[in-house]
Design a protein around this ligand. Sequence first.
Ligand code: ADP
Ligand code: MG
Length: 294
Amino acid sequence: MVGRGRELESILAALAAGRHLLLEGPPGTGKSTVLRAIADSTDSGFEFVEGNAELTPARLIGSFDPAAVLKEGYSPEAFVDGPLLSALRDGALLYIEEINRIPEETLNVLITVMSEGELHVPRLGHVSAAGGFRLVAAMNPFDAVGTARIASAVYDRCCRLAMDYQTEAEEVSIVVKAAEDQLGGRAPTEVDRSVAMVRDSREHPDVRTGSSVRGAIDHVLLCTELAALRGTTRDDAGVTLDAAQLALSGRLRLREGSTRSSEDVVIELWEKHFRVADETDGETERSESDPGKA
Ligand SMILES: Nc1ncnc2c1ncn2[C@@H]1O[C@H](COP(=O)(O)OP(=O)(O)O)[C@@H](O)[C@H]1O
Ligand SMILES: [Mg+2]
């Protein structure tokens, strides 16, 4: 894990105090990574759940196995625990990604558990939260889906930690680590340029949401692979531009009313960070415009 010392400390403090926690930040700001680091460092169990529209209460809580019910009736042995029930019984952490995307009824189940510390399951009975049970939820506050209804009921029962993008130096370290196999732990200047280009996408006037560090990781990996396929170097202009389109054009959310395409904006970002640097490097222009002659 690169940096994030203060966030790790805050999460550990909240969990030790027996609080539920909401992590809020744009995609790619390390919410899952931080939680996995916490999970690895504690003895208490962990249940990871992907939050989406298909996460029904039955999937979260668990349900009776029909075959077992036919054989033995609605006995506790016929019940198959879902992640929420496992976490309650074991006093474990329940981590829910993208909580804003889960259906209303499922959200209500969680709110009940948070306020009452127990859950009533029809035909099974009451299940109380063992000590150590905590809910940790993550969400992207700018997600178009369901962020409004999360508001008061959940916020009032949780502590909240905002996760923003890390510093430029930390993002370079994250990329170098993620592309370790390709880079062999070295940090060539192209990585600096990829990270700078990606950070710039977050400030571009036509862009509502720019790329996270994931875009920089992809750009560096793609430059390496494209260069190998084309038998050229990783800083070749055609390589860095095609890699930028692959890595970034789908990650930029343009502002409403913008007349540009995301490919167009990627070219502009690429020109600023890769084209300009080429020109100051020397006279590589001519051979690049006609690589066949090189
Ligand atoms: N602080 C960090 N240290 C190491 N890797 C990180 C860090 N932050 C993000 N990453 C990497 O960036 C990517 C996105 O992080 P992730 O935790 O999945 O973000 P989120 O859950 O907020 O969308 C992952 O590949 C992860 O390995
Ligand atoms: Mg995540």
